[in-house]
Design a protein around this ligand. Structure first.
Ligand SMILES: [Zn+2]
Length: 335
């Protein structure tokens, strides 16, 4: 479990939450944590609620967090705290049901068993069924004192406007590279992995590149030996694509056109093109080059979709993309 003080990348949100606890609970009875997937919304919500329930909170000026050791913290971490409930889509179901929400609303009206706050977290709130969302409205309109409900979602726009308007919204931004790197290293330290070597740090950099700003993708990538090896070979080859070496490109297209490798290679190509595009825009390169990169990015997505739908030849797709990449590079170096 992450303590509020060790949340990385959302400093101002964390400070706001800490101040609200310190001020004796001056926060909205209902909050909506929204933002892109896997950036720390649920982790922050849980850390905040744990701090609220903790019976021996550390207090250092404005910094405030759970102790992680008192009985309340331990029960919270094991999800057995009698004054906290966590709710999401049940296994085998596709929506959060009206019965789940009725039980939650009833839970929030009962007195606290530990004499403190009652709290609840609705994860993936976008999956509330229409009936469930309507059942929740009454609790949002007439909250029981000393209760707090947090809804977590990556798609706030898909919630009923009446739910959104009754919640205090806290927006989580995508994580920057430094925060993501710090989170990976924090997790590895927690798992007592050995000290990072230079080679490992290279791997962390690669994982960051592949992550799209998501914590889960970055962590999975850094631990996926096969993907990392493939990425290293691909990156090396990417730098050496030239139109004078068609044989090499054919060979790689043959090798990577295999069913098991193709989706990953297509993703790598897309990420590399996106990176190049950003770089060209930042360096204010010629409009022609930017246009060609955008066209190639579109073409690669179309080819990938066609492959999925019509099972077109994977080797030929890769070959044509590699040649176009080499041509763009060639014309850029001649300019
Ligand atoms: Zn505690």
């Amino acid at each position: 479990m992450t303590a509020l003080d060790t949340i990385i990348g959302h400093d101002s949100t964390v400070s706001t939450l800490q101040r609200s606890i310190k001020s004796g609970g001056r926060f909205s009875h209902a909050m909506l944590f929204n933002g892109p997937p896997s950036v720390g919304k649920r982790t922050t919500a849980l850390a905040f609620l744990q701090a609220l329930h903790c019976r021996s909170r550390g207090d250092d000026g404005n910094r405030l967090q759970s102790c992680g050791e008192c009985p309340a913290c331990q029960r919270f971490q094991q999800r057995t705290h009698p004054d906290f409930t966590y709710l999401t889509v049940e296994e085998g179901k596709t929506r959060i049901s009206i019965d789940q929400i009725r039980a939650l609303c009833h839970f929030l009206t009962l007195s606290s068993l530990e004499g403190g706050w009652k709290s609840a977290l609705i994860d993936d709130a976008v999956f509330l069924s229409e009936g469930a969302a309507n059942a929740l409205l009454k609790t949002l309109e007439e909250p029981t004192p000393k209760t707090v409900l947090i809804l977590v979602t990556e798609r706030p726009g898909a919630l009923l406007p009446t739910i959104r308007s009754r919640c205090n919204q806290l927006r989580f931004s995508p994580l920057d590279e430094a925060s993501l790197r710090a989170i990976i290293l924090q997790q590895e330290k927690r798992q007592e992995r050995s000290l990072p070597t230079e080679q490992h740090m290279k791997r962390v950099d690669a994982a960051l590149f592949l992550s799209g700003g998501r914590i889960d993708t970055a962590l999975a990538a850094v631990r996926d030996e096969n993907q990392m090896e493939l990425w290293e070979t691909f990156s090396h080859a990417w730098e050496s694509f030239t139109i004078t070496d068609l044989a090499k490109m054919n060979q790689l297209a043959e090798k990577w056109g295999k069913e098991t490798l193709f989706p990953r290679i297509m993703r790598f190509i897309s990420l590399k093109l996106f990176h190049l595009l950003k770089q060209n825009v930042r360096e204010q390169k010629s409009g022609i080059e930017v246009r060609r990169l955008i066209d190639l990015q579109k073409a690669s997505h179309n080819l990938r979709d066609q492959q999925e739908s019509y099972n077109t030849n994977r080797r030929l797709i890769l070959e044509s993309l590699f040649i176009r990449i080499a041509m763009i590079r060639n014309s850029a170096s001649n300019r």
